[in-house]
Design a binder for this molecule. Sequence first.
Ligand code: PEP
Ligand code: MN
Length: 337
Amino acid sequence: MIVVMKSGSDDAAVQRMVSRIESMGLKAHVIVGIERTVVAAIGEKRNGERQTLESCEEVEKVVPILAPYKVASREAKPEPTTVQALDLKIGGGSIGVIAGPCSVESEEQILSSAAEVKAAGAKGLRGGAFKPRTSPYSFQGLKEEGLKLLAAARDATGLAVVTEVMTPHHVELVSRYADVLQIGARNMQNYHLLQAVGETGKIVLLKRGPCATMDEFLLAAEYVLDQGNQQVVLCERGIRTFETHTRFTLPLATVPYLKERTHLPIVVDPSHGTGIASLVPPMCAAAIAAGADGLIVEVHPDPSNAMSDGAQSLTPDAFAQAMDLSRKVAVALGYEM
Ligand code: PEP
Ligand code: MN
């Protein structure tokens, strides 16, 4: 249920409502909106709760949330959520671009990537230090050394660092260096990991699992939100289909579909979504046309020698062109980029 407080309700009234909801054995999530504050009351439904809450003086109305994802739903919060780390703004009309190599490989590689993507207009730097690889024999990442190099690249450029955390054991370590914690596609339903990143309060970039439905994706986001962390960004990165010409199939209808159902911002990853560098720039522009709030793009100074995902990585020049193309679409639609 959503308890809509009367406009002008002060913190004390909201706190009284939280205590009341908790005393009924329900969990209370305060969602502060522009117009008014609502308190989501979550838990098993019992008779009479709605009437009891509705009879409270400071309550305007109580409405049931029909969606299985409660805090993520538009019913709970009609206005869009926006997140910001340094100059990286995602949502509410601002398109945030995150770019960089698949993996952090060396100091020179990450520093030059950071300088190039910044010059082209990216505000976030991506780079994996802990890499989820299909084969245990593939490069697994530079681990903490990679995190230190990312932090050095942030110091040099001011870009916000976006990097993956693969296990709850590493959440504290990765949080020390990252501005945004990435949950990889393979871990979308790792519920203990989702709870652990939820506890940090850091921005979480949640990638869609390649076989996950929309409801599963939003319920995964709900695990983070349920810890009281409202800073979740959804990322469409392609799904598995019968098609083999592209690495995954990138369904851009995900973007307007999710916009109807959730207030959370949505970014698109055309690099993993296609697996082919030449397809990435047009899909960046198409994602923005579809209403995406941001992009995450793999860029490498020398893609043919990349230690991971070279075939889908743009050169810095190709990335700059992709940004020019995307910006034209963004400007035409009235977005800031
Ligand atoms: C990545 O961003 O490099 C990555 C491993 O992505 P995904 O989890 O979407 O496969
Ligand atoms: Mn990659």
